[in-house]
Design a protein around this ligand. Sequence first.
Ligand SMILES: Cc1ncc(C[n+]2csc(CCOP(=O)(O)OP(=O)(O)O)c2C)c(N)n1
Length: 361
Amino acid sequence: MSKPERNVINFEDILKRKEKSNVLYLNYDNEAFMNTGIQESGGTPPYANTTTGPAGEKIPGKIGVKQDLVTPFAFYGTQKLFLATTNPAYPADFMGKIADALKSNGSAFIQAYSDCMRGWRHDAKDALKISKLATDCGYWPLYTVRVEDGMPIFSYYRGLDIEKDKFVEYLNSMGRFRHLFKPKFLEKSIDEIIFYAEQRNSKLRNLMEKFGAEKPIDFYKVDRKSLEPQQHLFPGHGLCPGCGAGMVLNQMATAATAVAGNNIIYVNNTSCSEVSTSKDFVTSWRVPWVHHLFESGATIADAISTTKKILKSKGLYKKEIPYVIHIGGDGSTYDIGFQFLKAALIRTSSFVEMNEYLAQK
Ligand SMILES: Cc1ncc(C[n+]2csc(CCOP(=O)(O)OP(=O)(O)O)c2C)c(N)n1
Protein backbone atom coordinates (compact mmCIF):
# COMPACT_ATOMS: atom_id res chain seq x y z
CA MET A 1 0.00 0.00 0.00
CA SER A 2 1.35 3.47 -0.84
CA LYS A 3 2.17 5.84 1.97
CA PRO A 4 -0.60 8.34 2.72
CA GLU A 5 0.23 11.80 1.38
CA ARG A 6 0.81 14.85 3.57
CA ASN A 7 -1.16 18.03 3.11
CA VAL A 8 1.33 20.68 4.22
CA ILE A 9 -0.44 23.80 5.47
CA ASN A 10 1.70 26.89 6.08
CA PHE A 11 0.57 29.11 8.93
CA GLU A 12 1.60 32.17 6.90
CA ASP A 13 -0.64 31.07 4.01
CA ILE A 14 -3.62 30.62 6.34
CA LEU A 15 -3.20 34.23 7.52
CA LYS A 16 -3.44 35.49 3.92
CA ARG A 17 -6.81 33.83 3.29
CA LYS A 18 -9.93 35.96 2.86
CA GLU A 19 -12.26 33.43 4.50
CA LYS A 20 -13.51 34.07 8.01
CA SER A 21 -15.46 32.01 10.49
CA ASN A 22 -18.71 33.15 12.06
CA VAL A 23 -17.88 31.65 15.47
CA LEU A 24 -15.17 29.27 16.65
CA TYR A 25 -16.56 27.10 19.46
CA LEU A 26 -13.67 25.82 21.56
CA ASN A 27 -14.19 23.05 24.08
CA TYR A 28 -11.31 22.39 26.43
CA ASP A 29 -11.93 18.91 27.70
CA ASN A 30 -10.56 18.17 31.17
CA GLU A 31 -12.96 15.23 31.37
CA ALA A 32 -15.05 16.29 34.38
CA PHE A 33 -16.86 19.27 35.89
CA MET A 34 -13.66 20.49 37.54
CA ASN A 35 -14.19 23.90 39.13
CA THR A 36 -17.15 22.65 41.14
CA GLY A 37 -15.32 19.61 42.51
CA ILE A 38 -14.48 16.91 39.92
CA GLN A 39 -17.96 15.63 39.04
CA GLU A 40 -18.37 13.06 36.23
CA SER A 41 -19.32 14.41 32.77
CA GLY A 42 -20.09 12.92 29.34
CA GLY A 43 -16.40 13.47 28.61
CA THR A 44 -15.14 11.43 31.56
CA PRO A 45 -13.49 8.21 30.36
CA PRO A 46 -14.66 4.81 31.61
CA TYR A 47 -13.43 3.74 35.06
CA ALA A 48 -12.00 7.17 35.90
CA ASN A 49 -12.48 8.13 39.52
CA THR A 50 -14.61 11.25 40.14
CA THR A 51 -16.45 12.55 43.20
CA THR A 52 -19.83 11.50 41.76
CA GLY A 53 -18.57 8.13 40.47
CA PRO A 54 -16.01 7.25 43.13
CA ALA A 55 -14.03 4.07 42.62
CA GLY A 56 -14.54 1.66 45.49
CA GLU A 57 -16.00 -1.69 46.35
CA LYS A 58 -19.29 -1.05 44.53
CA ILE A 59 -18.10 0.54 41.28
CA PRO A 60 -14.71 0.91 39.56
CA GLY A 61 -15.18 4.63 38.78
CA LYS A 62 -17.30 5.84 35.84
CA ILE A 63 -19.61 3.24 34.39
CA GLY A 64 -20.08 4.35 30.80
CA VAL A 65 -18.22 5.53 27.75
CA LYS A 66 -16.47 8.73 26.86
CA GLN A 67 -18.83 10.16 24.28
CA ASP A 68 -17.68 11.06 20.80
CA LEU A 69 -18.37 14.74 20.42
CA VAL A 70 -16.69 15.76 17.18
CA THR A 71 -17.61 13.24 14.45
CA PRO A 72 -21.42 13.42 14.95
CA PHE A 73 -21.25 17.16 14.18
CA ALA A 74 -20.03 16.22 10.69
CA PHE A 75 -23.39 14.60 9.91
CA TYR A 76 -25.92 17.24 10.96
CA GLY A 77 -26.16 18.45 7.39
CA THR A 78 -24.40 21.76 7.97
CA GLN A 79 -23.13 23.51 4.86
CA LYS A 80 -19.72 24.75 5.95
CA LEU A 81 -17.95 23.63 9.07
CA PHE A 82 -14.43 23.09 10.40
CA LEU A 83 -14.09 20.40 13.09
CA ALA A 84 -10.93 19.23 14.81
CA THR A 85 -9.38 17.70 17.90
CA THR A 86 -6.22 19.27 19.31
CA ASN A 87 -3.71 18.74 22.08
CA PRO A 88 -1.45 21.53 23.43
CA ALA A 89 1.41 18.99 23.61
CA TYR A 90 1.41 19.41 19.81
CA PRO A 91 1.49 23.22 19.56
CA ALA A 92 2.07 23.58 15.80
CA ASP A 93 -0.95 21.39 15.10
CA PHE A 94 -2.93 23.22 17.81
CA MET A 95 -2.18 26.76 16.63
CA GLY A 96 -2.47 25.79 12.97
CA LYS A 97 -5.96 24.43 13.58
CA ILE A 98 -7.08 27.52 15.52
CA ALA A 99 -5.90 29.75 12.66
CA ASP A 100 -7.37 27.44 10.00
CA ALA A 101 -10.71 27.39 11.86
CA LEU A 102 -10.83 31.19 12.20
CA LYS A 103 -9.93 31.54 8.51
CA SER A 104 -12.63 29.14 7.23
CA ASN A 105 -16.10 30.28 6.28
CA GLY A 106 -19.04 28.82 8.18
CA SER A 107 -18.34 27.98 11.81
CA ALA A 108 -15.87 25.80 13.64
CA PHE A 109 -15.75 23.48 16.61
CA ILE A 110 -12.45 22.41 18.17
CA GLN A 111 -12.13 19.99 21.05
CA ALA A 112 -8.87 20.44 22.95
CA TYR A 113 -7.32 17.91 25.29
CA SER A 114 -6.88 19.71 28.60
CA ASP A 115 -4.90 18.12 31.41
CA CYS A 116 -6.11 18.73 34.97
CA MET A 117 -3.51 17.87 37.60
CA ARG A 118 -5.93 18.39 40.47
CA GLY A 119 -8.83 16.36 39.08
CA TRP A 120 -6.68 13.70 37.45
CA ARG A 121 -4.46 13.45 40.50
CA HIS A 122 -0.88 13.83 39.35
CA ASP A 123 2.04 16.23 39.91
CA ALA A 124 1.85 19.54 38.02
CA LYS A 125 5.28 18.87 36.48
CA ASP A 126 3.90 15.81 34.65
CA ALA A 127 1.14 17.70 32.79
CA LEU A 128 2.94 18.01 29.47
CA LYS A 129 4.35 14.48 29.55
CA ILE A 130 0.86 13.06 30.19
CA SER A 131 -0.71 15.26 27.51
CA LYS A 132 1.79 14.05 24.91
CA LEU A 133 1.31 10.43 25.96
CA ALA A 134 -2.45 10.80 25.47
CA THR A 135 -2.04 11.30 21.73
CA ASP A 136 0.99 9.01 21.32
CA CYS A 137 -0.82 6.02 22.89
CA GLY A 138 -3.90 6.48 20.69
CA TYR A 139 -6.21 7.76 23.43
CA TRP A 140 -6.53 11.28 21.96
CA PRO A 141 -6.19 11.11 18.15
CA LEU A 142 -5.68 14.39 16.33
CA TYR A 143 -7.96 14.67 13.33
CA THR A 144 -9.93 17.18 11.28
CA VAL A 145 -13.22 17.21 9.42
CA ARG A 146 -13.90 19.91 6.89
CA VAL A 147 -17.55 20.04 5.84
CA GLU A 148 -17.76 21.55 2.35
CA ASP A 149 -21.18 22.03 0.71
CA GLY A 150 -22.69 19.64 3.22
CA MET A 151 -20.16 16.82 2.72
CA PRO A 152 -17.56 15.89 5.37
CA ILE A 153 -13.89 15.40 4.44
CA PHE A 154 -11.80 13.59 7.08
CA SER A 155 -8.06 13.96 7.63
CA TYR A 156 -5.70 13.34 10.55
CA TYR A 157 -2.35 14.20 11.99
CA ARG A 158 -1.48 11.41 14.45
CA GLY A 159 -2.74 9.17 17.26
CA LEU A 160 -4.92 6.71 15.32
CA ASP A 161 -2.88 3.67 16.37
CA ILE A 162 -3.29 2.19 19.83
CA GLU A 163 0.07 1.51 21.47
CA LYS A 164 -0.85 -0.74 24.33
CA ASP A 165 2.25 -0.29 26.51
CA LYS A 166 2.02 3.48 26.24
CA PHE A 167 -1.72 3.32 26.93
CA VAL A 168 -1.14 1.41 30.17
CA GLU A 169 1.63 3.87 31.11
CA TYR A 170 -0.82 6.71 30.40
CA LEU A 171 -3.48 5.29 32.71
CA ASN A 172 -0.91 4.43 35.38
CA SER A 173 0.44 7.99 35.44
CA MET A 174 -2.75 9.40 37.00
CA GLY A 175 -4.34 8.92 40.41
CA ARG A 176 -7.82 8.84 38.84
CA PHE A 177 -6.96 5.35 37.51
CA ARG A 178 -4.85 4.18 40.47
CA HIS A 179 -7.56 1.74 41.63
CA LEU A 180 -6.99 -0.23 38.39
CA PHE A 181 -3.37 -0.88 39.40
CA LYS A 182 -3.46 -1.13 43.21
CA PRO A 183 -4.11 -3.07 45.39
CA LYS A 184 -4.80 -5.47 42.49
CA PHE A 185 -3.91 -5.18 38.81
CA LEU A 186 -7.35 -5.09 37.14
CA GLU A 187 -6.24 -6.16 33.68
CA LYS A 188 -9.78 -6.78 32.41
CA SER A 189 -10.90 -3.23 33.23
CA ILE A 190 -7.75 -1.74 31.69
CA ASP A 191 -8.30 -3.83 28.55
CA GLU A 192 -11.88 -2.59 28.36
CA ILE A 193 -10.79 1.07 28.39
CA ILE A 194 -8.31 0.28 25.61
CA PHE A 195 -11.01 -1.61 23.71
CA TYR A 196 -13.33 1.44 23.73
CA ALA A 197 -10.51 3.64 22.38
CA GLU A 198 -9.75 1.02 19.70
CA GLN A 199 -13.41 0.95 18.67
CA ARG A 200 -13.50 4.74 18.40
CA ASN A 201 -10.28 4.80 16.35
CA SER A 202 -11.50 2.04 14.07
CA LYS A 203 -14.69 4.02 13.40
CA LEU A 204 -12.51 7.02 12.59
CA ARG A 205 -10.42 4.97 10.16
CA ASN A 206 -13.58 3.77 8.43
CA LEU A 207 -14.81 7.34 8.12
CA MET A 208 -11.42 8.34 6.67
CA GLU A 209 -11.74 5.58 4.10
CA LYS A 210 -15.24 6.62 3.11
CA PHE A 211 -14.93 10.40 3.42
CA GLY A 212 -11.16 10.86 3.37
CA ALA A 213 -9.23 13.79 1.96
CA GLU A 214 -7.06 13.16 -1.09
CA LYS A 215 -4.01 13.95 1.02
CA PRO A 216 -5.14 12.49 4.33
CA ILE A 217 -2.41 13.77 6.66
CA ASP A 218 -2.65 17.41 7.69
CA PHE A 219 0.71 18.88 8.61
CA TYR A 220 0.73 22.46 9.89
CA LYS A 221 3.99 24.31 9.43
CA VAL A 222 4.36 27.07 11.99
CA ASP A 223 7.51 29.12 12.49
CA ARG A 224 6.97 29.52 16.21
CA LYS A 225 9.88 31.91 16.68
CA SER A 226 8.28 34.39 14.30
CA LEU A 227 4.98 34.42 16.19
CA GLU A 228 4.22 37.47 18.32
CA PRO A 229 3.31 36.76 21.95
CA GLN A 230 -0.44 36.60 22.45
CA GLN A 231 -2.19 39.92 23.21
CA HIS A 232 -5.53 38.72 24.52
CA LEU A 233 -4.78 37.80 28.14
CA PHE A 234 -2.67 39.44 30.81
CA PRO A 235 -0.08 37.14 32.41
CA GLY A 236 -1.98 36.79 35.69
CA HIS A 237 -4.63 34.12 36.21
CA GLY A 238 -5.88 31.84 38.93
CA LEU A 239 -5.51 28.47 37.22
CA CYS A 240 -3.69 25.65 39.02
CA PRO A 241 0.03 25.18 38.26
CA GLY A 242 0.52 23.16 35.08
CA CYS A 243 -3.17 23.51 34.15
CA GLY A 244 -3.96 22.23 30.65
CA ALA A 245 -6.59 24.94 30.20
CA GLY A 246 -3.79 27.49 30.65
CA MET A 247 -1.84 25.86 27.81
CA VAL A 248 -5.02 25.77 25.70
CA LEU A 249 -5.79 29.46 26.33
CA ASN A 250 -2.20 30.50 25.65
CA GLN A 251 -1.92 28.65 22.34
CA MET A 252 -5.45 29.65 21.30
CA ALA A 253 -4.71 33.33 22.02
CA THR A 254 -1.32 33.19 20.24
CA ALA A 255 -2.91 31.88 17.03
CA ALA A 256 -5.93 34.18 17.41
CA THR A 257 -3.67 37.22 17.91
CA ALA A 258 -1.88 36.36 14.64
CA VAL A 259 -5.22 36.05 12.81
CA ALA A 260 -7.36 38.75 14.38
CA GLY A 261 -5.07 41.19 16.16
CA ASN A 262 -7.38 42.70 18.75
CA ASN A 263 -10.51 42.54 16.60
CA ILE A 264 -11.99 39.67 18.56
CA ILE A 265 -14.68 39.01 21.15
CA TYR A 266 -14.57 36.05 23.54
CA VAL A 267 -17.58 34.42 25.18
CA ASN A 268 -16.81 32.16 28.12
CA ASN A 269 -19.13 29.69 29.81
CA THR A 270 -18.90 29.29 33.57
CA SER A 271 -15.90 26.99 34.08
CA CYS A 272 -12.30 26.95 35.36
CA SER A 273 -11.26 29.13 32.40
CA GLU A 274 -13.91 31.67 33.38
CA VAL A 275 -13.53 31.84 37.17
CA SER A 276 -9.74 31.91 36.93
CA THR A 277 -9.66 34.83 34.47
CA SER A 278 -12.30 36.96 36.22
CA LYS A 279 -11.32 36.79 39.86
CA ASP A 280 -12.69 39.33 42.33
CA PHE A 281 -14.07 41.54 39.54
CA VAL A 282 -10.62 41.84 37.96
CA THR A 283 -10.41 40.41 34.48
CA SER A 284 -7.33 38.86 32.89
CA TRP A 285 -8.70 39.66 29.43
CA ARG A 286 -7.38 42.58 27.40
CA VAL A 287 -10.00 42.27 24.64
CA PRO A 288 -13.81 42.23 24.95
CA TRP A 289 -14.87 39.15 26.90
CA VAL A 290 -18.34 38.07 28.01
CA HIS A 291 -19.03 35.56 30.72
CA HIS A 292 -22.34 33.81 30.11
CA LEU A 293 -24.28 30.97 31.60
CA PHE A 294 -22.91 27.50 31.77
CA GLU A 295 -25.56 26.43 29.27
CA SER A 296 -26.08 29.35 26.89
CA GLY A 297 -22.70 30.87 26.03
CA ALA A 298 -22.81 29.37 22.52
CA THR A 299 -26.10 31.17 21.82
CA ILE A 300 -24.59 34.47 22.96
CA ALA A 301 -21.55 33.97 20.74
CA ASP A 302 -23.85 33.34 17.74
CA ALA A 303 -25.96 36.38 18.68
CA ILE A 304 -22.92 38.67 18.85
CA SER A 305 -21.53 37.49 15.51
CA THR A 306 -24.88 37.54 13.69
CA THR A 307 -25.99 40.89 15.13
CA LYS A 308 -22.80 42.57 13.93
CA LYS A 309 -23.41 41.15 10.45
CA ILE A 310 -27.05 42.30 10.39
CA LEU A 311 -25.97 45.78 11.43
CA LYS A 312 -23.25 45.77 8.77
CA SER A 313 -25.67 44.65 6.04
CA LYS A 314 -27.93 47.58 7.02
CA GLY A 315 -25.03 50.00 6.89
CA LEU A 316 -25.20 50.60 10.64
CA TYR A 317 -21.82 49.07 11.49
CA LYS A 318 -18.82 50.48 9.69
CA LYS A 319 -15.94 48.55 11.23
CA GLU A 320 -14.64 45.13 10.30
CA ILE A 321 -16.75 42.30 11.73
CA PRO A 322 -14.87 40.88 14.75
CA TYR A 323 -13.83 37.27 15.13
CA VAL A 324 -15.75 35.47 17.88
CA ILE A 325 -14.46 32.58 19.98
CA HIS A 326 -16.66 30.77 22.44
CA ILE A 327 -14.92 28.79 25.20
CA GLY A 328 -16.54 26.07 27.30
CA GLY A 329 -15.45 23.12 29.45
CA ASP A 330 -16.66 19.57 28.87
CA GLY A 331 -19.46 19.87 31.44
CA SER A 332 -21.11 22.65 29.46
CA THR A 333 -20.22 21.17 26.07
CA TYR A 334 -21.17 17.49 26.41
CA ASP A 335 -23.90 17.90 28.95
CA ILE A 336 -25.66 21.01 30.16
CA GLY A 337 -24.96 23.31 27.19
CA PHE A 338 -25.17 20.71 24.44
CA GLN A 339 -28.51 21.65 22.88
CA PHE A 340 -27.50 25.33 22.78
CA LEU A 341 -24.13 24.50 21.25
CA LYS A 342 -25.63 22.19 18.64
CA ALA A 343 -28.26 24.75 17.64
CA ALA A 344 -25.75 27.64 17.51
CA LEU A 345 -23.29 25.58 15.49
CA ILE A 346 -25.95 24.66 12.95
CA ARG A 347 -27.27 28.22 12.70
CA THR A 348 -23.84 29.73 12.17
CA SER A 349 -22.64 27.07 9.72
CA SER A 350 -25.85 26.73 7.74
CA PHE A 351 -28.53 29.43 8.10
CA VAL A 352 -26.05 32.31 8.23
CA GLU A 353 -24.13 30.89 5.27
CA MET A 354 -27.36 30.44 3.28
CA ASN A 355 -28.40 34.05 3.87
CA GLU A 356 -27.02 36.24 1.10
CA TYR A 357 -26.88 39.27 3.39
CA LEU A 358 -24.99 37.55 6.20
CA ALA A 359 -22.76 34.97 4.50
CA GLN A 360 -19.02 35.54 4.60
CA LYS A 361 -18.08 36.34 1.03
C1 LIG B 1 -27.26 25.12 35.10
C2 LIG B 1 -26.07 25.15 35.98
N1 LIG B 1 -25.79 24.07 36.71
C3 LIG B 1 -24.70 24.06 37.51
C4 LIG B 1 -23.91 25.17 37.59
C5 LIG B 1 -22.71 25.17 38.50
N2 LIG B 1 -21.49 25.06 37.75
C6 LIG B 1 -20.77 26.12 37.39
S1 LIG B 1 -19.37 25.71 36.57
C7 LIG B 1 -19.70 24.08 36.72
C8 LIG B 1 -18.73 23.04 36.21
C9 LIG B 1 -18.18 23.33 34.87
O1 LIG B 1 -17.59 22.18 34.37
P1 LIG B 1 -16.90 22.21 32.97
O2 LIG B 1 -17.80 22.78 31.94
O3 LIG B 1 -16.38 20.85 32.69
O4 LIG B 1 -15.68 23.24 33.15
P2 LIG B 1 -14.45 23.11 34.17
O5 LIG B 1 -14.93 23.55 35.50
O6 LIG B 1 -14.01 21.69 34.17
O7 LIG B 1 -13.44 24.03 33.62
C10 LIG B 1 -20.93 23.87 37.38
C11 LIG B 1 -21.50 22.56 37.67
C12 LIG B 1 -24.24 26.29 36.82
N3 LIG B 1 -23.48 27.40 36.82
N4 LIG B 1 -25.34 26.27 36.05
